[in-house]
Design a protein around this ligand. Structure first.
Ligand SMILES: [Zn+2]
Length: 315
């Protein structure tokens, strides 16, 4: 009996101590803005701009193809807890994001809400915007143009400024910090662009075949010379006839380089390169695609390094 009483007493003291700590203890840290980004590149950009003021979760890890992410309930739960959703738009996530948003039932990130951020709104130079009639039989053709703009660092800078503006709207106290971090990132990109272009200058002289149009923006940024695509229609496996035609065209050119992403069908790239006397390079199409966490700048650094190595090793 006595024992129970003393246990009750010590519990009371413990609760009193907890209450004291909660009420009068050290000042709790300001709550971070919980941001969910759809793809790793955008997750990295939010982290750069948000710094310690945000907590970032990425739905599609860098090593997975963002065209085809399974819409798992665990992802909807992550969205359910978010203050802000940051997505690529231009239909890149059309196969899974609308479903996840519906399942999440989170008013903060619903279309039109302050926490819903479509980064493609910041993109000034959209590539491959179709003109005239759009035929879905032509493959994964997006009516708003090629959605892989994060691979152009110039567009990434515009996205960073856009994120700073939108974060500043829902977290006014830190608006100046967001703006400052975006400006620093813009400066970093400007400085590194000089070395990225110098490093890959050797590749700019090589004829290039790309697997999917993932690389369109990178190619535009580095001014590479693209002579063809393995995916005749985006998102659809190439026909043997198309592959044969590419090989024949490739044979006419020297120093051919075939670029594919970590998730593409490399045996086709390898076949085209081998039979036309060229070489292949497999590049990470999203930050961290090679495994592990990685920032945006390091991601572009890695791509340029791999391209430069392929340029030096040309047959
Ligand atoms: Zn695509």
């Amino acid at each position: 009996m006595k024992r129970t009483n003393s246990r009750k007493m010590s519990l009371k003291i413990l609760w009193a101590l907890v209450a004291c700590f909660l009420i009068g203890g050290s000042q709790p840290a300001a709550a971070k803005v919980k941001v969910v980004a759809t793809i790793a590149d955008l997750g990295s950009l939010v982290q750069v701009v948000g710094g310690d003021d945000v907590e970032v979760t990425v739905l599609c890890p860098g090593e997975m193809d963002p065209h085809f992410l399974p819409a798992k309930p665990s992802l909807a739960r992550k969205l359910g807890r978010a203050d802000m959703l940051v997505y690529n738009g231009m239909e890149l996530e059309v196969g899974w994001l609308p479903l996840l948003i519906r399942k999440a039932r989170n008013p903060a990130i619903r279309p039109g809400a302050a926490g819903e951020v479509d980064c493609s709104e910041a993109v000034t130079a959209r590539l491959e915007v179709p003109t005239g009639h759009l035929d879905r039989g032509e493959g994964d053709v997006h009516p708003e143009g090629n959605p892989h703009y994060t691979l152009d660092p110039r567009q990434a800078v515009l996205v960073a400024h856009h994120l700073a503006r939108r974060l500043g709207e829902i977290d006014v106290d830190n608006a100046a910090s967001y703006k400052q971090r975006a400006a620093t990132f813009a400066q970093d990109v400007e400085e590194r662009t000089v070395s990225w272009r110098a490093e890959t200058a050797v590749v700019a002289e090589m004829p290039v075949i790309i697997y999917h149009r993932t690389w369109a923006y990178l190619v535009d940024f580095l001014q590479l010379d693209v002579m063809g695509e393995i995916e005749h229609r985006p998102g659809i496996s190439p026909s043997p006839r198309h592959v044969q035609k590419l090989i024949e065209e490739g044979r006419q050119r020297e120093n051919l380089l075939v670029i594919s992403a970590t998730w593409d069908h490399h045996h086709v790239s390898a076949e085209v390169a081998e039979r036309s006397g060229g070489q292949t390079v497999v590049l990470p199409a999203q930050a961290g695609a090679g495994g592990g966490a990685q920032g945006y700048l390091e991601h572009i650094d890695g791509i340029c390094r791999d391209l430069a190595a392929a340029g030096k090793a040309r047959p």
